[in-house]
Design a protein around this ligand. Structure first.
Ligand code: WQD
Length: 346
């Protein structure tokens, strides 16, 4: 084995895809997840893809003592990838304390435990929301773009956690960190054995779109076409989930193989291309041949107008690049939706 990695939040959307790529790269994976926004069947999907079922503990990382006991049962963990967090932007506005307690305590506990178990690196799952709406001169967004006041408690927990990690390492903690700022992860593993499985009504565009295409939802509401963009709808940088997962393996390798003398590094993970909501709908319809009933409605509160990455730093320093096209990615999302119907899940 190349090493042993703890994936906190490993039955979630990004965590499960990252677990697959870690196992393919030769790592042993241990997952801790409280299953608050995922389910155990994800482990079956991972095993179907790689043939290896990761060790799994259903646990709330806010419980420090219990987490310590799990780590005592799993000696030799070299590093941790921390996905575990509440992540619904709208819910965070209604329930800020739930978000601050969950998202910050999880990180603080993990940072406290890492030296006790001689872990050498933490990859932290951050988000482009830390940039807010970048000013025009900062588009496409580099890692040097100003951090804007967060528009939601969810986004604020990402900013605060980045600072907690940096301050802890600056104070002399014996480990490194790579902070990955995702743009908009979409799609599913090409096997359709794992994918995005939102609880209840999807908040994010692509799962709502595929459920509409499937007839589960009546029509997709496009939140505004009066923005200052070519077709009036918002622009985002949609990145394939497997491409995103691979970046985590490269980041962990980089820390465990001491490829950098920096103790903390930050990377934007995006394609570098901005795509509007309406463009994405058209691309889905062309790629799958399936129509998506949709209507233009009012803007969604808190939405920013346009953001997309300048991924040059990740391309050059990590040697990582988003490879999968938007059309192929949307096709994978559709294949996953079909798989869910076959399984009678949605
Ligand atoms: C994308 C675009 C919507 C739904 C959020 C978080 C980010 C990350 C990804 C967690 C926007 C439009 C959406 C719909 C629509 N989450 N839309 N109709 O808001 O860019 O990012 O999710 O890590 O941190 O901030 O993603 O998919 O919700 O929206 O028109 O039914 O699609 O207005 O322009 P978002 P999204």
């Amino acid at each position: 084995m190349k090493g042993k990695i703890l994936v906190a939040g490993g039955t979630g959307y990004i965590g499960s895809h990252t677990t697959v790529e870690l196992q393919k790269a030769g790592y042993e994976v241990v997952i801790i997840d409280d299953l608050s926004n995922s389910n155990l069947e994800v482990l079956d999907g991972i095993e179907k893809i790689t043939g290896v079922r990761p060790a799994f503990y259903k646990w709330d990382l806010k419980d420090l003592e219990g987490t310590r006991k799990i780590l005592q049962e799993q000696p030799g963990i070299d590093g941790v990838i921390l996905f575990a967090a509440s992540k619904a932007v709208g819910e965070s506005v209604k329930l800020p304390l739930k978000y601050y307690r969950n998202n910050l305590t999880t990180v603080i506990n993990m940072l406290e435990l890492m030296p006790e178990f001689n872990m050498k690196g933490i990859v932290f799952s951050s988000s482009c929301t830390v940039y807010g709406q970048p000013d025009p001169q900062y588009l496409p967004v580099t890692e040097e773009a100003p951090i804007k006041p967060a528009l939601s408690p969810y986004g604020n927990t990402k900013q605060i956690n980045e600072e907690i990690i940096q301050d802890t390492i600056h104070a002399g903690a014996p480990f490194k960190s790579i902070i990955l700022r995702y743009f908009n992860p979409i799609g599913a593993h090409p096997s359709a054995e794992i994918g995005e499985l939102p609880n209840g009504v999807p908040q994010n565009l692509v799962p709502y779109l595929t459920q509409t295409a499937m007839g589960i939802r009546k029509e997709l509401s496009v939140f505004g076409d009066d923005y200052n963009t070519p077709d009036g709808s918002c622009i985002r940088d949609y990145i394939n989930i497997v491409d995103l997962a691979k970046a985590h393996v490269i980041a962990m390798d980089r820390m465990l193989e001491n490829k950098s003398d920096q103790k903390v590094e930050i990377f934007n993970l995006g394609t570098g291309h901005g795509v509007s909501v309406l463009e994405l709908v058209r691309t889905f319809e062309k790629a799958t041949g399936v129509k998506v009933p949709h209507k233009i409605v009012g803007r969604r509160e808190g939405d920013i107008e346009k953001v997309w990455a300048n991924p040059e730093k990740a391309n050059k320093v990590l040697g990582w690049k988003a490879e999968v096209s938007l059309a192929d990615t949307l096709e994978s999302a559709w294949k996953w939706q079909l798989h869910l119907r076959e399984k009678g899940i949605q």
